[in-house]
Design a protein around this ligand. Structure first.
Ligand SMILES: *[C@@H]1O[C@H](CO)[C@@H](O)[C@H](O)[C@H]1NC(C)=O
Ligand SMILES: *[C@@H]1O[C@H](CO)[C@@H](O)[C@H](O)[C@H]1NC(C)=O
Ligand SMILES: *[C@@H]1O[C@H](CO)[C@@H](O)[C@H](O)[C@H]1NC(C)=O
Ligand SMILES: *[C@@H]1O[C@H](CO)[C@@H](O)[C@H](O)[C@H]1NC(C)=O
Ligand SMILES: *[C@@H]1O[C@H](CO)[C@@H](O)[C@H](O)[C@H]1NC(C)=O
Length: 396
């Protein structure tokens, strides 16, 4: 039996032949593609960031504590060269965080989780030049285990993922970039991951994954406050990003647990209230959302890139999801699903470049790169083409 869709297309083609109008069959064909780039073999391929204003991406491989320098083609952003450098005293140093400094343009912050150190490095101009360590910050006791590192307004921040040897507690570290003896350790829950600034209030928000809560820090008073994730929405707050304009505030994702996720992510704006959004498409309903990035464009309006990962549950897909919102960012208006080519790869981070988007496939030493031709993210398979009725109407 012919499906309705197929019949509609047949009718459209038949009418098209007579009326020779309606569909622009000569238009360039929209396409999207994912290229997987093989990195040096390692069991954990983690975080990456572009060195601002260059064609270089730095990537951490935690399991062997190697830093991979990737050179991009300046036009297409394709990977054209890579070289790998051991960081720390040996392969157990636990290189994890990678973040650009703005105080020192061109320099990058790295974290050595198992050496309890932060490094400021000059990555070097070419992919083959060895990075130079400019500064080492030893995390002071009782702090232990810097995981993700960020620089916010003249201060370097790190979420300390390991339980303190002295107090058995967890902390967030913050120090003045130009005077690192001026530091603060904020006691947190188990355990701090992403640290971001809400742009209107200047308040700092920290996701804490296992205790499923968000900590708010007022840096003017050093007071902290916990905002627990209501279990009815999900659990395990991990990824967080700052957004501006209509999206203004911090956005965060819930990764779920061993039984899967709830396809839920949230926002905190200048009023300090948590607001939750849930993916509507059945593909996203049980997804474990690990990380996200702003995807807003002038033409496309407010949007996010959100990563669903199989890291916590094999029931969650490894997928990149493009979510669009209405102009006021009160509801979701579109969801585009891009299934990652390597499933069960525990995808870890998403970082948009200028014209492509990169995703790290953690357990399979791969970086996936998404690119579009003759269309843009969010316009892929517009809903009006799915059941063919638009074609039928136009042809008629
Ligand atoms: C904590 O204790 C472990 C086990 O003794 C040790 O390997 C590690 O270096 C200590 N870390 C810190 C930051 O003191
Ligand atoms: C650096 O910070 C420490 C601790 O706050 C302070 O005592 C010291 O005066 C500062 N040094 C400079 C050069 O500002
Ligand atoms: C996992 O999360 C779900 C809700 O998202 C919750 O009902 C369940 O109790 C959690 N399981 C564990 C082991 O925490
Ligand atoms: C990806 O890595 C996981 C963990 O090592 C492994 O089980 C799986 O087979 C790998 N997938 C592919 C397609 O190689
Ligand atoms: C496609 O089908 C759905 C369900 O029948 C309908 O609501 C929707 O309007 C249709 N799309 C278009 C563009 O006609």
């Amino acid at each position: 039996m012919l499906s309705h869709t197929f019949k509609s297309v047949m009718i459209a083609l038949a009418f098209g032949a007579i009326t020779a109008s309606a569909q622009d069959f000569d238009d360039p064909i929209p396409s999207r593609r994912i290229t997987e780039y093989q990195m040096p073999p390692a069991t954990q391929t983690h975080e990456f960031a572009r060195v601002p204003d260059t064609n270089m991406v730095l990537l951490s491989q935690m399991s062997n504590s190697n830093l991979v320098k990737i050179e991009l083609d300046p036009t297409t952003e394709e990977f054209i060269a890579l070289h790998s450098f051991p960081m720390g005293k040996d392969s157990t140093s636990g290189l994890h965080g990678v973040w650009p400094s703005t105080v020192y343009p061109g320099m990058m912050w790295l974290s050595l989780q198992y050496e309890n150190k932060l490094l400021l490095v000059d990555p070097g101009k070419e992919s083959w030049t060895t990075p130079t360590i400019l500064q080492t910050i030893d995390i002071p006791a009782p702090g232990n285990g810097p995981h993700c590192v960020f620089e916010i307004d003249n201060r370097v921040w790190a979420g300390l993922k390991e339980k303190s040897n002295q107090t058995e507690k967890y902390y967030v570290f913050s120090a003045d970039v130009s005077n690192t003896t001026d530091y603060t350790l904020y006691e947190s829950l188990n355990s701090p991951v992403f640290i971001k600034e809400e742009p209107t209030t200047g308040l700092i928000y920290v996701t804490q994954d296992w205790d499923s809560s968000i900590m708010r820090i007022d840096v003017t008073t050093d007071e902290t406050e916990q905002l627990p994730i209501p279990p009815s929405f999900g659990n395990t707050a991990v990824g967080m990003t700052t957004a501006y304009g209509a999206m203004s505030g911090v956005w965060f994702t819930l990764a779920g647990n061993g039984t899967g996720g709830t396809g839920t992510f949230g926002h905190i704006g200048s009023d300090g209230k948590m607001e939750f959004f849930q993916l509507q498409n059945s593909l996203g309903a049980n997804s474990g959302l690990l990380h996200l990035a702003d995807a807003t464009t002038k033409d496309g309006g407010p949007a996010l890139w959100i990563l669903s990962t199989s890291l916590l549950s094999k029931d969650s897909p490894d997928a990149l999801i493009h979510v669009t919102f209405d102009a006021d960012v009160t509801s979701i208006t579109g969801e585009e699903y891009i299934s990652m080519p390597t499933q069960h790869s525990s995808v870890h981070r998403v970082v948009p470049l200028d014209s492509t988007v990169l995703v790290s496939e953690l357990s399979n030493f791969t970086i996936a790169q998404l690119s579009y031709s003759n269309t843009v993210a969010g316009k892929w398979l517009p809903s009006d083409s799915v059941n063919g009725s638009a074609v039928y109407a136009e042809a008629g």
